[in-house]
Design a protein around this ligand. Structure first.
Ligand SMILES: NC(=O)c1ccc[n+]([C@@H]2O[C@H](COP(=O)([O-])OP(=O)(O)OC[C@H]3O[C@@H](n4cnc5c(N)ncnc54)[C@H](OP(=O)(O)O)[C@@H]3O)[C@@H](O)[C@H]2O)c1
Length: 197
């Protein structure tokens, strides 16, 4: 399969690339640097240009998307807008603009997060975006044509991220295990699914 991986230089993206192995034709996409190509998912023009350059694919995985973690009282309009235009509309636009470039029976796999379902203090802007993405995926699955599937991975905290923040990595899921959820989405037959690693 020809599989496009957006966010391939990130923690989860790198683990996904590793888990997909060598039997696929992987098109690795970075943001600022890295990957065979770069894209800014905040920009519809950038996404359009990317698809024009890379052409058709069998699957697209997005392991990118920013949103702000901060107490509700401190979240500004701009903090909310970051999540809306980056993690939410960035991934929605990958589907809207990428759909024509996906082969019949292809798949999209997006990234949400457990904070959609299990919020914590500081997660309001992220929980909002993750929950919206889950709604989008459930609905889009009903309409995507040509047998194209769409799923979303709902990772809990990743162990390596917790470690970086000085917290106990045992409370999270290793990136290598999170990555297997993306592989299941690509190889499976499910659509509209929320996949918990
Ligand atoms: N890590 C966790 O504990 C965790 C838990 C639940 C959910 N998630 C979600 O999983 C996703 C990936 O997390 P991560 O920890 O792997 O993040 P990460 O290590 O920061 O990697 C993010 C990746 O996305 C790229 N990227 C950033 N902004 C972009 C943009 N505007 N357009 C295109 N690509 C962009 C980055 O490239 P550059 O470095 O060049 O900017 C990088 O390749 C995020 O949506 C996050 O919310 C993460």
């Amino acid at each position: 399969m020809r599989i496009v991986v957006i966010g391939s230089t990130g923690l989860i993206g790198k683990a996904v690339v590793h888990a997909l192995g060598t039997k696929h034709d992987l098109v690795l996409i970075g943001h600022r640097t890295g990957g065979a190509h770069t894209v800014d998912i905040e920009s519809a023009d950038s996404i359009t240009r990317l698809f024009q350059v890379i052409g058709n694919a069998d699957a697209l995985i997005c392991a990118a998307g920013q949103a702000k973690f901060a107490p509700l009282d401190y979240l500004t309009d701009e903090d909310f807008h970051l999540g809306l235009r980056n993690k939410l509309m960035g991934q929605v636009n990958l589907v809207r603009l990428g759909h024509p470039f996906l082969a019949d029976g292809g798949s999209f796999t997006l990234t949400g997060g457990l904070l959609a379902q299990k919020p914590m203090p500081g997660s309001a802007a992220i929980s909002l975006v993750n929950a919206a993405l889950e709604g989008f995926v459930r609905a889009a699955a009903l309409e995507l044509s040509r047998g194209i599937r769409i799923n979303i991975v709902r990772p809990a905290w990743v162990s390596e991220s917790l470690e970086k923040m000085g917290m106990d990595p045992a409370d999270g899921t290793p990136a290598s295990k999170v990555a297997l959820a993306y592989v299941r989405s690509v190889n499976g037959s499910m659509t509209g699914a929320i996949i918990e690693p």
